[in-house]
Design a protein around this ligand. Structure first.
Ligand code: HAM
Length: 415
């Protein structure tokens, strides 16, 4: 029979890949906790409208990347392409819209039907943080500070640059969109086919185009700056002051528009040049209209998400595989003693394992394969005296130790 393969764009996380992944999540969870964030876990699939209503009908994610299907009961459901919409849905469903602010951290798989390449998968994983309630630019800065501190904790801050933009409020954006449509309509023939289509559906996305043909025209496109209302400009000025107060360096990039449509005011991305085309490791912004779009009251919010696969690829310090203690019984008769030793070690918090079969040589080979740090060898004669041989597999020495003293002895050897 054919060996079955993982679905295109999905990956197994085994061994070192999983350790990198767990390290990222563990670090993020710890630092988010220091910032007062609580962890939520929302369902991996939702009513399709949770996403179609909020991410933008014309966004790439909604128009061509969602894993949507009708379930056996006839309900239209979608595997979540991102985490923010579900968090806002949960805020409303759980009656928390009057209990603000909410500081929410999450980690888990997301699904987008994109063309797979390095750093881009169809099932990928995000860590994310949402700060729901505050409208102050100080909150934007604090959310960004959390992202920065997680990158710092992972030792990859230096490989990234924070790029920052404002998308203004609805009024600013309407004026800007109008200016963009005017400008691009005049040069329409010079745009790629895809951007010509965007001109009708979502002109802001032309700014995000990767095509060289478009880039030349994008360079001279009107900037939002000229269209900002006084209130939007205040938020933008305050934000940059607040980032300075947090000691966060940033580069203004007026071309950041983000791929989802729910953003207003702040938009930001930590980007790297070490991952080729998929250089955005962490992205987010303010989404003051999303909770209302979910049927809740008008509620300001700011947040971000980062791709765990991309963060993992940047890690220099790979967490090492934990090394076990190998318990090596020599013969059937000492099996009860060996099981007793295993249990005592595990109760003492020591990772330990036993090879089930084979002679001493085979079992020692197995201990080496698991990269065991210590072997505890249990022979008939020693066990009869209540003793075992403890071999240090790195230093090479061997010592006889009383069975009852093994957990304490092993722990002191392990440091
Ligand atoms: P996003 O920019 O669509 O934003 O995704 C955030 C991050 O997820 C990206 O910067 C990237 O690192 C990772 N990512 C996205 N798609 C893929 C993929 N196909 N394969 C691997 N990694 C990927 C959001 O998802 C928003 N919910 C962020 C947010 C939270 N805004 C406000 N709050």
């Amino acid at each position: 029979m054919d060996a079955l393969q993982p679905v295109r764009g999905t990956r197994d996380l085994l061994g070192e890949d999983h350790r990198r992944h767990a390290h990222v999540v563990g670090m993020a969870r710890r630092i988010a906790g220091l910032y007062g964030f609580d962890e939520w876990a929302t369902p991996i699939f939702e009513d399709t409208r949770v996403f179609s209503r909020t991410l933008g009908e014309t966004s790439d994610v909604v128009s061509k990347e969602m894993y949507s299907f009708t379930d056996r009961g006839g309900e239209p459901v979608t595997l979540r392409p991102e985490g923010t919409a579900g968090v806002c849905r949960a805020l409303v469903s759980n009656g928390l819209t009057q209990s603000l602010p909410q500081r929410v951290f999450y980690a888990g798989p997301m699904f987008r039907y994109e063309r797979p390449q390095k750093g881009r998968y169809r099932q990928f994983h995000q860590i994310g943080a949402e700060l729901i309630g505050p409208s102050e630019p100080l909150a934007d800065a604090e959310a960004i500070a959390l992202g920065r501190d997680i990158l710092r904790g992972l030792g990859i801050e230096g490989q990234t640059v924070l790029e920052l933009n404002t998308l203004g409020d609805a009024e600013s954006r309407d004026a800007w969109r109008h200016a963009l449509v005017g400008y691009f309509s005049d040069v329409r023939g010079g745009l790629s086919d895809e951007s010509q289509a965007r001109l009708e559906r979502n002109p802001l996305r032309i700014l995000d185009s990767k095509s060289d043909q478009d880039q030349a025209l994008v360079a001279d496109a009107p900037l939002i700056d000229a269209s900002l209302t006084a209130a939007a400009r205040d938020h933008w000025d305050e934000l940059r002051r607040a980032l300075n107060r947090f000691g966060i360096a940033f580069r203004e990039n007026p071309r950041i528009v983000r791929g989802l449509d729910y953003y207003s005011h702040t938009a930001f991305e930590f980007v790297t040049d070490r991952l080729g085309a998929q250089g955005t490791v962490l992205g987010g912004g303010r989404y003051d209209g999303l909770v209302a779009a979910m049927g809740g009251p008008s509620t300001p919010a700011i947040g971000w998400a980062a791709g765990i696969e991309r963060l993992s690829m940047l890690l220099d310090d790979v967490p090492e595989a934990p090394r076990p203690v190998a318990v090596v019984p020599v013969g059937e008769a000492v099996l009860p003693a060996a099981i007793g030793v295993l249990q005592a070690l595990r109760e003492a918090g020591v990772r330990s394992e036993m090879a089930y079969r084979g002679n001493l040589k085979r079992r020692m080979e197995r201990a080496n394969r698991t990269h065991a740090r210590i072997a505890i060898i249990l022979g008939d004669e020693e066990v009869a005296r209540g003793m075992a041989q403890v071999r240090d597999l790195d230093a090479g020495g061997q010592q006889e130790v009383a069975l009852a003293a093994l957990p304490a002895h092993v722990r002191s050897l392990l440091g």
